[in-house]
Design a protein around this ligand. Structure first.
Ligand code: FAD
Length: 419
């Protein structure tokens, strides 16, 4: 399988997308399905580019203040990482009670949802788009999650596990915590939507007049609190769900070979660290691609994602290993040094001998765990008057990377708004 044409697996493609960001249009149209969103998420998730690199690239071309909508949305990504850092695997379980007890929700995703034949155009278009492109607009993700949890009574975790597998940008923090935000197990109230909302933000093919969501918010709220799932209209034949793979698919890998790294300095290139080689990497090091077997066994990927990540990894490495922790430990025992970039998807699976460098964060570490985005945002923006005050841009500047960040507007407090 080839990577989906929308997302060439190159660093240049990520830079082209950064250069194309139009912050004013973004702020105005971000909620519309055909709005001026960046489609940078597959590149960000897999580390082709970091958040500081994204913001520096945009700020080099446009005047942005620190409370600009675009900066704020980058904040959501880092906030979800903050929650993962502090709560660990707890994010995979309901953080608090939702509308119904956990056992009130089904543990399987119905076939009509998987096959895009629910009879609700907004949902069926979302699923078709997901399979065709490997990504989704934020609003479509919210509609899908809300329909699955609140109307069909499927547990948010079931929907989250399924969606994250099909996305090119699948990220455990952003995905699972967003599902919890929609479900109301990670936020103060559930997210509900109706046909009027769809008509406002989506093109006509998505409009869902006359379907189960064509009702008032009071009715939706009552349906969400009821234990009874709504029935699907199950129209037409639908589409076939793409297969998911737990082992490398269409990419060349080999078991770890100690001889390939004996006495050498090694830089591990894992699927979440696909940036350009940089100064931290020892001169003359051998770059080894790593597919962490335990992660992939637990979290299958679509063929399109294997192709996207595999093509980029092949361009960065001379050898690629599909390895579990034990076989990696043995193979690396004779290496002179082993380093990589830390990432929570893989860090716990790496042997002790691997020195993990902290990735660059855009925003300041707030120290202790924050239970809401607005608390985190107000803390991390304390004393930040212009983009140049953001630690990620300072660090990037110190490395001599992309140009000056400008703008000077006082950081003010924010109230919670939908992600
Ligand atoms: C149910 C659900 C599941 C989601 N799953 C994922 C996921 O697996 N991976 C993922 O990266 N994002 C996820 N998101 C967040 C968001 O929908 C995507 O980041 C965004 O749609 C990606 O498109 P874009 O790059 O065009 O975003 P833009 O709107 O152009 O934003 C630029 C970047 O800011 C960050 N960002 C923007 N909005 C959000 C947000 N609400 N939450 C977190 N980060 C944000 C992303 O890194 C994004 O690439 C999910 C949201 C929901 C509601």
């Amino acid at each position: 399988m080839k990577p989906l044409g929308l997302f060439p697996a190159t660093h240049t493609a990520a830079l082209v997308r950064i250069a194309a960001v139009r912050p004013a249009d973004y702020a105005r149209s971000r909620n519309a399905i055909d709005g001026a969103v960046t489609q940078l998420s597959p590149y960000i998730t897999h580390g082709f580019v970091s958040l500081p690199e994204v913001l520096a690239g945009v700020a080099a071309r446009h005047r942005l203040d620190v409370q600009h909508k675009f900066v704020f949305e980058l904040g959501w990504r880092e906030y979800f990482r903050h929650v993962w850092q502090h709560r660990g695997d707890e994010i995979l379980h309901s953080l608090h009670d939702g509308l119904l007890p956990d056992h009130g929700y089904a543990t399987e995703l119905p076939a009509d949802i998987r096959q895009a034949r629910t009879g609700v155009p907004a949902i069926d278009m979302t699923v078709r788009t997901l399979y065709a492109t490997g990504t989704l607009h934020n609003h479509a993700r919210m509609w899908l999650a809300s329909y699955v949890v609140h109307l069909r009574k499927v547990h948010w975790r079931v929907g989250a596990d399924w969606l994250v597998a099909h996305l090119l940008d699948g990220d455990l923090a952003s995905n699972h915590l967003s599902w919890q935000w929609v479900a109301g197990t990670g936020s103060s109230k559930p997210y509900l939507f109706n046909a009027e909302n769809v008509a406002r933000y989506a093109p006509p093919a998505w409009h869902s007049t006359g379907t189960v969501i064509d009702c008032s918010y009071e009715t939706l709220d009552a349906m969400a609190r009821s234990e009874r799932p709504v029935r699907a209209a199950s129209l037409g034949e639908g589409v076939e769900e793409p297969a998911l793979w737990k082992v490398p698919r269409g990419v060349i890998t080999a078991p770890p070979q100690a001889a390939e790294v004996a006495g050498r300095d090694v830089w591990l290139v894992h699927p979440w660290a696909l940036g350009e080689p940089h100064a931290d990497q020892p001169e003359g090091c051998v770059r080894v691609g790593l597919w962490p077997a335990e992660h992939h066994a637990a979290r299958p990927w679509s063929g399109a994602r294997w192709a996207f990540v595999g093509e980029r990894m092949a361009s960065l490495t001379s050898v690629r290993w599909h390895a579990n922790r034990d076989s990696l430990t043995q193979a690396l025992a004779g290496a002179h040094s082993v380093q990589t970039l830390a990432n929570p998807h893989v860090s716990g699976l790496l042997p002790h001998c691997v020195e993990q460098h902290a990735p660059m964060h855009l925003f300041a570490d707030v120290g202790h765990s924050c239970y809401s985005f607005s608390t985190w945002w107000n803390r991390t923006m304390r004393g930040v008057k212009s983009l140049g005050d953001l630690p990620g841009l300072t660090a990037l500047g110190a490395r001599g990377a992309t140009g000056p960040a400008h703008g000077a507007v006082t950081a003010t407090s924010v109230s919670p708004t939908p992600p």
